[in-house]
Design a protein around this ligand. Structure first.
Ligand SMILES: [Zn+2]
Length: 443
């Protein structure tokens, strides 16, 4: 019996040649606790994988068998992160598709949706295809590119949505900005619906956003910093949900930060509209009062709001009104983040801390059922993309998240696989650590 510890599995998983060996062999994963919120499976059986798919019951006949020891960890369907910035092309010093995909796997994810606000942006089929190809070659988590809604992300003219979808775009978004022109966004929502793709919106009104760098509240006033008001988000969420109601298109609200935004999403979902939302770990864990005015690792867009907003976000994710957790992993160079709150770029990394942060907060501290937490990282995001919920059922691709709920560890940015270190959680003690395992066929 060949036993591979998880670190070893990670090393081999990052090697495409080793992946092809995996694909040919039968694999038996022993000493794991299989938990699948969709099928209700919760058992300590071995999991068999053959030709990249989960097998039922007995092992496949003949051929070599490779055994992986899960070390007593949970085995979940693979976690999906709907919102990552991989910075290629344009800012490869901060992250590449390959480094981001490997960071994702190290953080417990088996698939990530790459945002298209690169330089140049992913607004042509060629660039979408290049992102997809780089993801396939990376040997990390799967990289599913999203593509721009408008040409050049300029918000003026529709991009070639059909061509972008054909090249592999799984969603459309001008993330980093909304599409301010309501009639254009309406037409785009209809076009995306016909292609079976969601529109993901960075719901923030650029007119109200102005030059804000943090949330417009008492903290910003005390520190003399320009703020981004809540209304910038809430008004655009209201518009977006109205458009979803009018068109039947799927509208996904990215990184919700306000109590008002949660309330509007709750009402829209209660009406049965095709709408969804995501929340990031940093908005769930932190508020403006936690900010260090001398540390731009607390600067992100949308900004950390007030404690009352944070409570509403937590309530939204606990009850499922917000059906998705997502990192908004936004790598930046240390040098640009050192420019201070006013001048530094927006964004924080998240791929390698998100699972521990959300498990610690939601399951350990707030009592969310383990399966519900898993669903916020699996079936919730899959539904946004129009994909079947990931499960551990026979025939499913063997993309798995291995999770140790008893791991206590301290966030050390120097240990990140990501090229970037810009996190506000350095030194934080977390419980729960995951690792992705992509044994399914490359697609
Ligand atoms: Zn955004």
């Amino acid at each position: 019996m060949v036993e591979l510890h998880l670190a070893k599995v990670d090393v081999e998983g990052s090697n495409p040649f080793a992946r092809s060996i995996f694909f040919m062999d039968a694999i038996q994963i022993i000493n794991g606790r299989l938990l699948c919120p969709v099928t209700g499976l919760d058992t300590r059986d071995a999991l068999w994988v053959y030709e990249g798919c989960i097998q039922g019951g007995s092992p496949p006949p003949g051929g070599p068998v490779r055994t992986l020891d899960a070390g007593g960890r949970y085995i979940f369907p693979g976690f999906i992160d709907l919102h990552v910035h991989l910075r290629e092309p344009g800012l490869e010093e901060a992250e590449t598709v390959a480094s981001g995909a490997r960071a994702a796997l190290a953080g417990g994810f088996t698939a990530v949706v790459a945002m298209p606000n690169t330089t140049p942006p992913l607004d042509t089929p060629e660039r979408v295809a290049a992102c997809r190809a780089a993801g396939r070659a990376a040997g990390g988590a799967r990289v599913w590119p999203s593509a721009c809604l408008t040409r050049g992300r300029a918000g003026q003219e529709a991009a070639d949505l059909a061509g972008l979808a054909a090249a592999g775009a799984v969603a459309f978004t001008d993330d980093g900005a909304t599409v301010p022109d309501t009639e254009l966004l309406r037409a785009l929502l209809v076009a995306a619906r016909k292609l079976g793709r969601p529109v993901m919106d960075h719901a923030q009104d650029p007119r109200a956003e102005k030059n804000g760098v943090v949330h417009a509240g008492p903290w910003a006033a005390r520190h003399g910093l320009p703020g981004i008001p809540r209304e910038a988000e809430v008004d655009i969420i209201a518009r977006d949900l109205d458009l979803a109601a009018a068109t039947g298109g799927w509208m996904h609200i990215q990184h919700i930060t306000t109590a008002g935004g949660v309330e509007r999403l709750r009402a829209a979902r209660a009406q049965g509209l095709s709408v969804s939302g995501e929340v990031t770990p940093h908005h769930l864990l932190l508020c403006d009062e936690d900010c260090d005015p001398d540390d731009a690792n607390f600067k992100m867009n949308p900004p950390l709001r007030e404690a009352s907003d944070r409570s509403a976000l937590q309530a939204g994710i606990l009850e499922g009104v917000i059906s998705c957790l997502a990192t908004d992993h936004a790598p930046h160079l240390a040098a640009t983040k050192a420019r201070g709150l006013r001048a530094a770029p927006f964004g924080v990394v998240g791929l390698e801390t998100a699972v521990g942060l959300t498990y610690s907060l939601l399951v350990r501290d707030r009592g969310l059922a383990l399966g519900e937490w898993v669903a916020r990282w699996t079936s919730g995001p899959a539904a946004v993309l129009g994909r079947p919920a990931p499960t551990l059922a026979p025939g499913q691709p063997a993309d798995l998240t291995l999770f140790d709920p008893d791991a206590h560890w301290t966030v050390n940015p120097d240990e990140f696989i990501s090229k970037a270190r810009n996190t506000p959680f350095a030194g934080r003690l977390l419980q729960g650590r995951a690792q992705g395992l992509c044994l399914g066929e490359l697609t």
